[in-house]
Design a protein around this ligand. Structure first.
Ligand code: ZN
Length: 507
């Protein structure tokens, strides 16, 4: 038995993975095109293109060729070794086993239901008609439970765990709940103190109407200054900003603009730049293999949030960006200094809508969704009772009376897509982000002050070395402990939020 990573079988495995990744990357490009360029009438044919490529990719992942090659590799490579080859083989085993555990009929049923349910969700939301969406939600929950049964979960676990594995490997509902509990209590107290402070930050920057082409030029320059490589990616516009593309050399991200609310465009752009710079930092040579891929949605989100919040919502960043504001907008931004821009970007306002939420209240929206989807999957909450449970949770968590389902339980696309077990990755991303950034600040004194002089490359290089360059070599939990020395907890995020909002609101 050999322990080298250069066997013929291993090389063949890498070839198979690369082919599958090329197919997926074509799909990535089609998805980007659909959101940015495609004429509306192209939707029908595009759906066929995307589903054919998805099927071909799935066939490769579940093929007997791959299964046999993988088994040979497992005999040849020491799977416990801390090597790239061992990590790749372990990850392919994980992905292959999950893919074959789902019967093709269930995969098909889930895809067809998701397609129809998303359409019904759009109509139901537009018409504020939960009753119309209910049968689709019931069907989706049923499919998710059947998928969970196929995957299985550990002793003492629950169906939610089986589904979350696709988004955040190793994540369990019990583990999430143990971190979310203390976070909720401390956030609730902070939000209440902010509300009672009576202080209103300077919002002038977001009341200015600014030409969209100049907003685009400003945002692109900011993205490039923080490290986005425009020779290996693009910035375009879409209704819902996202980052996709096909390869670390061809990353496609989008942003959105309003006539006013420049800080929304900046935060969207910096958020997607964080995702894009992670993708651009993945190891080129490992393309197709797990070690050439990102770890999890939570770690991905930690990167986007870091550039959006820890960098882009810092006063130091706005000291750097204020001269750029003048360069792109001239007299229109007269009187807006770094302090005013910083305050505009950090207004706290409990609201109904998750995607419009500020840093202090955002995680409350996620915790509500986590509790509700967990209860629907265990059967403790019937989908028919979702609106009432949703409204109770908003009253409890944020002190808000939900006025209609459109701005309540019908606001998010995720459940209609069959994505249950997904939402907590947003808050996990914020937790990882704060914890990792705290370590970065300890290891690089003066890091935040340097942003004022446009010094962002130190942070990016540190993230490349500690996260991007590893691909999927370590699990999210392992990565967090390797970098910070501790498992993920609520403490760093609360230290960060309290450190920012207490002085800002005089509390
Ligand atoms: Zn994101």
């Amino acid at each position: 038995m050999s322990t080298t990573a250069t066997s013929t079988a291993y090389d063949h495995l890498l070839e198979l993975l690369e082919e599958e990744a090329v197919l997926n990357s074509i799909n990535g490009l089609l998805g980007w095109d659909q959101e940015t360029m495609m004429p509306t009438e192209g939707a029908g044919h595009r759906a066929k293109q995307i589903s054919l490529l998805a099927r071909l990719s799935h066939e490769r992942l579940t093929s007997s060729d791959l299964a046999e090659t993988l088994a040979v590799c497992e005999g040849e490579i020491d799977l416990n070794a801390d090597t790239e080859a061992a990590a790749n083989v372990r990850a392919v085993r994980h992905d292959h086993d999950r893919a074959v555990r789902l019967p093709a009929t269930l995969v098909q049923e889930a895809a067809e239901t998701a397609s129809a349910a998303q359409h019904e969700w759009v109509e139901s939301r537009a018409n504020n008609d939960f009753k119309r969406f209910l049968p689709w939600l019931e069907k989706t929950v049923d499919i998710c439970r059947r998928k969970a049964e196929c995957f299985g979960w550990a002793d003492g676990g629950e169906p939610w765990d089986a589904l979350a594995e696709d988004y955040e490997p190793g994540c369990t509902a019990a583990g999430v709940a143990s971190v979310f509990g203390p976070l909720r209590d401390r956030l609730r107290a902070l939000i209440a103190e902010i509300g009672a402070s009576g202080r209103t930050p300077d919002a002038r920057l977001d009341s200015l109407e600014l030409p969209l082409d100049r907003q685009m030029a400003f945002c692109l320059e900011v993205a490039e200054k923080i490290g986005f490589d425009s020779t290996r990616g693009r910035l375009d516009v879409s209704t819902h900003p996202f980052c996709g593309g096909s390869h670390c050399d061809d990353v496609r991200m989008t942003t959105r603009f309003h006539d006013d609310m420049l800080t929304d465009a900046v935060s969207s752009t910096m958020h997607e730049s964080g995702h894009a710079m992670y993708e651009q930092g993945l190891p080129y040579a490992a393309f197709g293999a797990p070690c050439g891929n990102s770890v999890s949605l939570g770690i991905h989100e930690s990167q986007s949030r870091m550039w959006e919040n820890q960098v882009g919502r810092s006063e130091s960043f706005w000291k750097f960006a204020t001269p750029l504001l003048e360069k792109h907008f001239g007299a229109a931004v007269a009187g807006i200094d770094a302090r005013a821009a910083f305050e505009s970007a950090n207004r706290v306002n409990p609201g109904f809508i998750r995607v419009e939420a500020d840093e202090a209240t955002y995680n409350m929206h996620i915790m509500i969704r986590f509790e509700l989807e967990r209860a629907m999957l265990t059967g403790d909450l019937s989908p028919a009772d979702l609106p009432g449970a949703w409204n109770d949770a908003y009253r409890d968590f944020l002190g808000l009376e939900i006025v209609d389902d459109r701005r309540g339980c019908l606001q998010d696309v995720h459940w209609s897509m069959g994505a249950m077990g997904y939402f907590p990755t947003y808050t996990l991303g914020n937790l990882y982000c704060a914890q990792i950034f705290e370590t970065a600040c300890e290891e690089m004194p003066g890091l935040v002050d340097g942003f004022a002089d446009g010094r962002f490359s130190g942070l990016l290089e540190w993230l490349r070395a500690n996260i991007h360059g590893h691909g999927r070599r370590y699990s999210p939990g392992q990565l967090c402990e390797r970098i910070t020395g501790k498992p993920v907890s609520a403490d760093p995020l609360m230290r960060y939020l309290e450190g920012k909002f207490r002085p800002l609101y005089g509390i």
